[in-house]
Design a protein around this ligand. Sequence first.
Ligand code: THU
Length: 137
Amino acid sequence: MNNKELVIKAAKDVREHSYAIFSKFKVGAALITKNKKIYKGTNIESASYGLSMCAERNCIFNAYSNGVRKNDIVALAIVGKTKGSFAPCGACLQIMSELLNEDTPIYLVNLDRPKIIKEYTIKKLLPLQIGTKDIQK
Ligand code: THU
């Protein structure tokens, strides 16, 4: 399997571990590094709803927690299942804009239409964002 296939399969697999007990909206995310290591995350929900965390951020934070940095990341895949359009939330876009390179492929897969794999970059999904350069004095 190539990187794209590997990272999408990993995101589909980890989605099964989603802890979406309130929304029932399961999301899986996975990223692959240059040395072919895969890091995964799912959404985890809390009874204090606002404390819930999205799959993408859990995935990226997991990778960073293990020493991965943006230049190591080759691709990110996000898998959900929805009748409407599927896209990461704004908070995740902000984190992606800081922790991924701007041209890293982001694959969006909707299990309702699994053949359609949309490919984006964070530059395309969030053309304007605040970054570290903007908050330095
Ligand atoms: N969610 C994600 O994990 N990623 C997304 O891209 C969209 C939303 C989660 C948050 C919450 O647990 C559930 O999906 C419903 O919004």
